[in-house]
Structures are given as structure tokens and as C-alpha cells.
Design a protein around this ligand. Structure first.
Ligand SMILES: [Zn+2]
Length: 229
């Protein structure tokens, strides 16, 4: 793949599910939507903390894209600014997910591989993980890769940073909610979004697979019920 972001190992604390990227075909789109209404009450709160000085408008739009991605698989997400609220005051632990958007220095401190765009710290066998990282400098790099591909005539659609950031966040949350460190052949959970995936991403039709959507719904339901205990 021309912009591989594979799994990486994190040195000290954690095993890592690396980030990235995926492409998906029309057939996989919004398969979970049929049951979306049934689980509409089951939601997660996503706290996004901007440690990388990302433009707030970009971050806000990325949050909207993330919300829309999750909505397509039947999950209602409320996005909050992790810098400003009351983030820790939610009663329910497991129905809260924390996304830290980090700059290059923080990525280097975590000793992730240079080509990794994000990660979900901890072991996939830990079903109660709530934190993920997305690395802004790698999002920027991917944006520029796409711009260059567009200029070179290799891509007809060039995604905006808001879209790549939103999808990167969805990918990492996917690792948490699916309990996997591994990746899928296609879709948001693809290890490295291929050209077709980037084209779908640019029009925001890239999605989780049907099977992933079902598992994500079940996991959110579990987390919601655990939270109300
Ligand atoms: Zn990944």
C-alpha cells in the first residue's frame, strides 16, 4: 500500500493497535442502519482533547463527521470538548470514550512507529478500554499525500483534513469497540486506506462493515448497560 500505516509496538506501557485506514465498497455501506432506531438511545460520549493546536473549526467538523459515521452504525455519539468540560464528571465510565489529538512530539514520546496515525493503547482483550490517540502530524501527512495524488491525476477526489481526522478517530474507536488490534480487508478498519477507500472517504461513504456494525452496536449496548449499574 502506498501509505501504509501498520501496527506498531509501543514500548513501555502498552501494546498497541495502530491506526489506520480503510476503503470500502458500496455493498458494505450503512448495513447497520436498519436497526439504528432501535438502539438510538444507546449512546456514547466522545471527549476530544486537542493537544496539537488543531484549528478548532477543523476539529469541530471532524467531530461531526465522526458522529455521522457512528450514527450510520446505530450509535448515537455526543461529542464534547475534552479541554473545556466536566469531562470526568460523567457518571458512566464505559460509555465515555476519550480521544487525545496529539502532536508529533507526543507521538515520539510514545515511541510509536513513524508512520502510525493513531493508536488504541492497551490490549484488545481488555474490553473496558476508553482512550485512543490520533496523531495530527500524520493526519496532515496523509492530507498532503492526497493532495499530491490529486495533482498527479491519481485521485479524482481529495479529502479534506476534517474528513481524514474524523475517520482516523472512528478507526481508533473501532479498535476499542470491536476489541481487536487487527484490521479488516476493507472499510474504516482497513490497515491502510487504499485509493478506493480514500475516494469513499472524500465523500464520506467509507464505513464499517455490516458485521462490524453489529458488533459495535452490541458493545455500545453493553457499555451503556454497565454504565447504568
Ligand atoms: Zn488500526
Amino acid at each position: 500500500m502506498n501509505r501504509a500505516f501498520g501496527n506498531s509496538r509501543i514500548v513501555a506501557l502498552i501494546r498497541v493497535a495502530s491506526i489506520l485506514i480503510g476503503g470500502v465498497a458500496e455493498a458494505d455501506i450503512a448495513p447497520g442502519a436498519a436497526s439504528a432506531q432501535a438502539v438510538a438511545a444507546r449512546g456514547i460520549t466522545v471527549h476530544i482533547t486537542n493537544h496539537a493546536a488543531v484549528d478548532q473549526k477543523v476539529l469541530d467538523r471532524a467531530g461531526e463527521i465522526l458522529t455521522h459515521i457512528l450514527e450510520k452504525v446505530g450509535v448515537q455519539a455526543t461529542v464534547l470538548d475534552g479541554n473545556s468540560e466536566m469531562a470526568g464528571r460523567q457518571a458512566s465510565k464505559l460509555s465515555n470514550v476519550y480521544i487525545d489529538v496529539l502532536p508529533r512530539e507526543r507521538a515520539e514520546r510514545l515511541r510509536v512507529s513513524a508512520n502510525v496515525m493513531g493508536l488504541a493503547p492497551g490490549a484488545a482483550t481488555d474490553h473496558d478500554r476508553i482512550k485512543v490517540f490520533v496523531f495530527d502530524h500524520m493526519v496532515e501527512k496523509l492530507v498532503w499525500d492526497q493532495v499530491k495524488a490529486g495533482v498527479a491525476g491519481r485521485a479524482s477526489r481529495v479529502p479534506h483534513k476534517t474528513q481524514i481526522l474524523g475517520y482516523a478517530m472512528a478507526h481508533e474507536i473501532g479498535h476499542l469497540l470491536l476489541h481487536v488490534a487487527s484490521h479488516s480487508e476493507r472499510g474504516i478498519m482497513q490497515a491502510s486506506w487504499d485509493r478506493a477507500a480514500m475516494q469513499d472517504l472524500a465523500v464520506e461513504t467509507l464505513t464499517f462493515s455490516r458485521e462490524e456494525a453489529e458488533r459495535i452496536q452490541a458493545e455500545v449496548a453493553r457499555r451503556t448497560s454497565r454504565s447504568s449499574e
